[in-house]
Design a protein around this ligand. Structure first.
Ligand SMILES: *Cc1c(COP(=O)(O)O)cnc(C)c1O
Length: 487
């Protein structure tokens, strides 16, 4: 493997190029007659001059430095990394989908609008909700849209609301979305079973509570079995129930969030319904709501009249949240995934996600402590406290897994479990893969006693070893000048 891949600019040789274009038959125009002088570049654009083969090798070598789900197992807790069937991409790249433009008139894109509408109906069926927007381009944006809907509901009713309650195990985007929407966060503790502590919730609820945001199943992979009681407590103060449905794997085709009392939820299409994610997306986080919130949904939604689809608007809407109607290519991929699975296949997502998580948990349980494991659904959380006492932390275990060719699980989240390692195998993995992974985890555990210093300095086989994980965020240093001044 090429360890230090130089920038493609460093490979530039004057005169090399990787394209051939025929002589243009279009007459030359003077740019300055059409574009204001200040917008015209004065120097030549500094592009690397390389051959086609150099370009192909450069990017292929970069791409294999990264781990990805097509390469090997990616057991990342919370952020569901499942296999993305290639048919999704093949269909999304069909020119009938990839070459249409959102500014085309409705009559010329009826097929695309029909896909929006069909996907909306399927998601409504799966969630039991009555209204939906496909526009948000991430789960986190979905959260904010959902909370803006909550806010609008309370403003319309002149409710004086200030707080949203969130469990301590919530995904970090939850409190961030609450603050950005202008509410404050109240944090509810977990009880000894890893679920919302009902008596603490009771203490926190008053008339100023706008709602509760809950991940169901929660971050420990456990079903909040007091959900009906919780919903009633929140509804009694005219609060709204928000479900973080980023990972719907355990519920798809089995349980409908609306029937548990939820009024608003987002779904990460780029987790539950495959489609690639990570490395910045693009994603899609549709928001589905109870009928009483439907009129507030973002403007620009799909409607149907006399057999034709068209884009419609509501006067009570919270406004627009995305250019046009969302990340179309991602919506097509999710739609293809759903259709290719069918009714039975959709149910199997949930059944196999739960089976795989429970099997892997069982394989690991004799070597690792799993504190809240009564009722594991699609994921579970290990505590590596015993391993830490013997000399290797959760971080060391994660790093060492990289040498086995796996992506590391989520570590140190959720925070209510010490030395947490959060694992979600997903339903797309086979039995052998789970067993191989368990064997690697068990080998690592044994290695702690025989050679812990080896673990403390792993990984050894990756392009880079232990990086400072926060430095790039804290000291962002993109030195464009080096590139610009070269020539
Ligand atoms: C991934 C995730 C989110 C955020 O979704 P993004 O698309 O990454 O913004 C929110 N909540 C939970 C539980 C998640 O797993």
């Amino acid at each position: 493997m090429i360890i230090n891949t130089p920038l493609i600019f460093d490979k530039s040789n004057n005169g090399c190029n990787g394209y051939k274009v025929p002589k243009s038959s279009v007459p030359k125009y003077k740019l300055s007659e059409y574009i204001p002088d200040k917008l015209i570049r004065k120097q030549k654009l500094n592009l690397p001059q390389v051959t086609e083969f150099q370009v192909v090798r450069h990017y292929t070598n970069l791409s294999i430095k990264n781990h990805h789900v097509d390469k090997n197992f990616y057991p990342l807790g919370s952020c569901t990394m499942k296999y993305n069937p290639k048919i999704n991409d093949a269909i999304a790249l069909h020119p009938g989908f990839s070459l249409i433009h959102p500014n085309q008139t409705d009559t010329t894109v009826q097929g695309a609008l029909e896909i929006f509408s069909n996907l909306e109906n399927i998601l409504l069926e799966l969630t039991g909700m009555k209204g939906i927007t496909l526009q948000p381009s991430a789960g986190s944006q979905g959260e904010m849209v959902g909370l803006l809907l909550m806010k609008k509901y309370h403003e319309d009713k002149n409710n004086d609301k200030k707080y949203v309650i969130i469990p301590e195990t919530a995904h970090g985007t939850n409190p961030a979305s609450v603050i950005m929407t202008g509410y404050n966060v109240k944090q509810v503790r977990s009880d000894s079973r890893g679920r919302v502590d009902i008596s603490h919730l009771e203490e926190l609820i008053d008339d100023q509570v706008a709602g509760l945001m809950l991940t169901q199943p929660n971050t420990l992979g456990l079903f909040e079995d007091n959900i009906e009681k919780i919903s009633k407590m929140i509804h009694d103060v005219d609060g709204l129930m928000y479900m973080d449905g980023a990972n719907l794997n355990a519920l798809v085709g089995i349980a409908k969030p609306r029937l548990m009392g939820f009024d608003i939820m987002h779904i990460n299409l780029h987790k539950t319904f495959s489609t690639p994610h990570g490395g910045g997306g693009p994603g899609s986080g549709p928001v589905a709501v109870h009928s009483k919130l439907k009129k507030y949904l973002p403007s620009g939604f799909i409607n149907k009249k006399d057999g034709s689809y068209f884009i419609d608007n509501n006067k009570d809407t919270i406004g627009k949240v995305h250019t046009f109607y969302g990340n179309f290519g991602i919506l097509v991929r999710a739609y293809v995934y759903i259709l290719s699975l069918g009714n039975k296949g959709l149910k199997n997502i949930a059944l196999y996600a739960v089976l795989n998580a429970n099997y892997l948990k069982y394989l690991l349980s004799s070597n690792y402590e799993i504190p809240f494991s009564d009722g594991t659904l699609h994921e579970f959380v290990i505590s590596a406290v015993k391993q830490k006492d013997r000399g290797a932390k959760a971080l060391d275990i994660g790093k060492s897994l990289l040498d086995y060719g796996y992506h590391a699980p989520t570590v140190y989240f959720p925070t209510n479990i010490k030395e947490s390692i959060m694992i979600e195998p997903t339903e797309t993995e086979d039995k052998q893969t789970l067993e191989d992974f368990a064997e690697a985890m068990i080998n690592i555990d044994k290695k702690i006693d025989s050679d812990s210093s080896y673990l403390l300095t792993s990984p050894y086989k990756t392009p880079v070893r232990r990086l400072n994980e926060a430095q790039a965020n804290r000291e962002l240093d993109i030195n464009y000048n080096d590139i610009q001044n070269k020539d």
